[in-house]
Design a protein around this ligand. Structure first.
Ligand SMILES: Cc1ncc(COP(=O)(O)O)c(C=O)c1O
Length: 444
C-alpha cells in the first residue's frame, strides 16, 4: 500500500504491514508534486472522466486542450502512416537510431527552408531545436531565463505581459516565484464581448524596476482566444530588445501551422525572439514534437539540456511531416482544413452561449481570435469560477476554472475569480449540452 501525505515531504510505503520505508524527497520533487492546475486538468481528462462514466453521467468534455479529431486530417494521417510503413530504410533509421539532441539535421534543414519563407528571415538548421513536445521546450526555456543568478546575487523572473496566460507554464519553475505578470487593459468591444490588451506603460515600468530574464506570451492565447495584434508584437519586441531580454512567443496554435487564427496572424521571426511551435494542434499530440526557433546560441544550449533530459527527441514527428514542408502542404492543411474547422466551431459555440445564457445572465466572452477555447467572464455572479467548475463537474461537464491562469499576479483582479475556460472543439451535441447545463447552474 502507498500513502501520500501531501503535507509532508515523506512518502511512506507499507508492504503487507511488515515494514515501513521513509523516503525523503528533494525540494525539486516536492515543488513539482504539490498539486498544479495542469495536474488537475490532466486528472479530469483521465480519472475524473472515468468517475463520471461510472456514475453513468453523460459527459461534456469542454475542459481539455486536446485538438479535435478532424476526419479530413485523420484520413491524411492514415495515408501518411501507410506510406511511411512501406519505406523500409527510412523507417529503420527513424525507429532504430537516436537523432542528435537537436533533432535530425536533414529535417532541421528542410524545416529551416520552410520557416525562412514563412517567417521572413533566412533561418538555418542551427537556429532550430526539436523537443519532446513544446511543453518540455517551455520547461527548458523558462528555467533558462528565470531563477537565481548566483554570480550576480539576483533572482530573475519571466514577465508575462498580460494574464490570463497558459496554465501549463504555472508550475514549471524549478524554483518558486519565477513569474511576474501584469494586469491587462480590458476593452469592451461590443455587447457581451471584450478583449484584453497589453498595458505598455506598466510593462516598461516593470522592466525598469524588476529583474526580468525574458518576456513570454502565447499567441493565440490559451485560455482567452486572444491574438495580440502585429503592431503590439512589434512594440513588445523593440521593448524587449531595449531591456536586453528575449521575447518568447508560444505559437502552439499560431502561424504558420496549425494557424488556428481568425485574424491577421503572420508573425515574422527576428533576432531577439524565440518562437516555439508544435505539431500537437495539427492533430498530432501523440507524436510529442515541439520546435524552438531561436538564435544559434540558444538553440545549442537547448540541445545540450535536451541531451541530459532526453538524450534526443523522438524522431517520428519529424518523419511524419518532413515531406509536407517543401511543397507547403503543411500550410495548406492548416489554412484549408484546420483553420476553417475551428472557426466554424468557435462561431457555433458563441451562438449557443448567446442563445442559452441570453439576457438572464450577466456574462461577457473574450473575442474569439484563435486557439480552441472560449473565455467566459461572469461579473457579479454569486458563484466563483471554482464553484461553477465544481457544479458543472458534478453534472458531467468539464471546464477549467479561471484562477489557474494567473501565475505571478500580485494584484486583485475580478477576472481571476469569475472566469472559466471552455473548449469548443468537441462535437456539437456535447457543446450544446455543456452550455445548457452551464446556463441552468448559473440560474439556480
Ligand atoms: C499555449 C500552449 N503552449 C504549449 C502547449 C504544449 O503543447 P505540446 O507539448 O503538446 O506541444 C499547449 C498545449 O495545450 C498550449 O496550449
Amino acid at each position: 500500500m502507498k500513502i501520500l501525505d501531501s503535507n509532508s515531504s515523506y512518502l511512506t510505503f507499507q508492504w503487507l504491514g511488515t515494514f515501513t520505508l521513509m523516503y525523503t524527497f528533494s525540494d525539486f520533487n516536492n515543488k513539482l508534486t504539490q498539486g498544479s492546475g495542469i495536474g488537475e486538468l490532466m486528472h479530469d481528462l483521465g480519472a475524473g472522466l472515468e468517475q463520471a462514466r461510472r456514475m453513468n453521467l453523460e459527459i461534456s468534455m469542454l475542459g481539455g486542450g486536446n485538438p479535435a479529431h478532424i476526419p479530413a486530417m485523420e484520413k491524411i494521417f492514415q495515408d501518411r502512416w501507410k506510406f511511411l510503413s512501406a519505406q523500409k530504410e527510412t523507417l529503420n533509421r527513424t525507429l532504430g537510431d537516436y537523432s542528435s539532441p537537436q533533432g535530425f539535421l536533414e529535417f532541421r534543414e528542410r524545416l529551416a527552408n520552410y520557416l525562412s519563407k514563412h517567417l521572413s528571415y533566412p533561418l538555418k538548421a542551427s537556429n532550430l531545436a526539436i523537443t519532446q513536445g513544446s511543453q518540455s521546450a517551455f520547461f527548458m526555456l523558462l528555467n533558462s531565463f528565470a531563477g537565481s543568478i548566483a554570480k550576480e546575487g539576483k533572482f530573475q523572473k519571466i514577465l508575462l505581459p498580460l494574464v490570463p496566460e497558459y496554465i501549463g507554464y504555472t508550475d514549471q519553475g524549478i524554483q518558486e516565484g519565477i513569474f511576474k505578470s501584469l494586469l491587462p487593459i480590458v476593452r469592451t468591444t461590443s455587447k457581451n464581448r471584450f478583449v484584453y490588451e497589453i498595458d505598455f506603460a506598466k510593462l516598461e515600468a516593470c522592466l525598469k524596476k524588476e529583474s526580468i530574464g525574458a518576456i513570454c506570451l502565447s499567441r493565440p492565447t490559451n485560455p482567452s482566444g486572444n491574438l495580440i495584434p502585429s503592431e503590439h508584437m512589434n512594440r513588445l519586441l523593440s521593448i524587449s530588445r531595449k531591456f536586453n531580454v528575449p521575447l518568447i512567443v508560444d505559437n502552439a496554435y499560431g502561424y504558420p501551422f496549425p494557424n488556428i487564427t481568425f485574424d491577421h496572424s503572420k508573425l515574422d521571426w527576428e533576432p531577439g525572439m524565440i518562437q516555439v511551435l508544435s505539431l500537437s494542434k495539427l492533430g498530432l499530440p501523440g507524436l510529442r514534437t515541439g520546435i524552438i526557433v531561436a538564435e544559434e546560441e540558444i538553440a545549442t544550449r537547448i540541445s545540450e539540456m535536451s541531451s541530459i533530459l532526453n538524450l534526443a527527441p523522438g524522431n517520428v514527428g519529424s518523419l511524419f511531416v518532413e515531406d509536407w514542408l517543401e511543397n507547403d502542404l503543411i500550410s495548406e492543411f492548416s489554412n484549408d482544413i484546420i483553420k476553417p474547422f475551428y472557426f466554424q466551431k468557435s462561431q457555433f459555440a458563441l451562438q449557443q452561449i448567446d442563445k442559452h445564457l441570453g439576457s438572464k445572465i450577466d456574462y461577457s466572452i473574450h473575442e474569439s481570435l484563435g486557439a480552441l477555447f472560449l473565455w467566459l467572464y461572469f461579473p457579479n455572479h454569486r458563484y466563483t469560477s471554482r464553484q461553477i467548475y465544481e457544479k458543472l463537474k458534478a453534472r458531467g461537464v468539464f471546464v477549467i476554472s479561471g484562477e489557474n491562469f494567473f501565475p505571478g499576479l500580485e494584484e486583485d483582479f475580478s477576472h481571476r475569480k469569475q472566469c472559466i475556460r471552455l473548449t469548443y472543439s468537441r462535437n456539437n451535441e456535447e457543446v450544446i449540452r455543456g452550455i445548457k447545463i452551464l446556463a441552468e447552474e448559473l440560474n439556480l
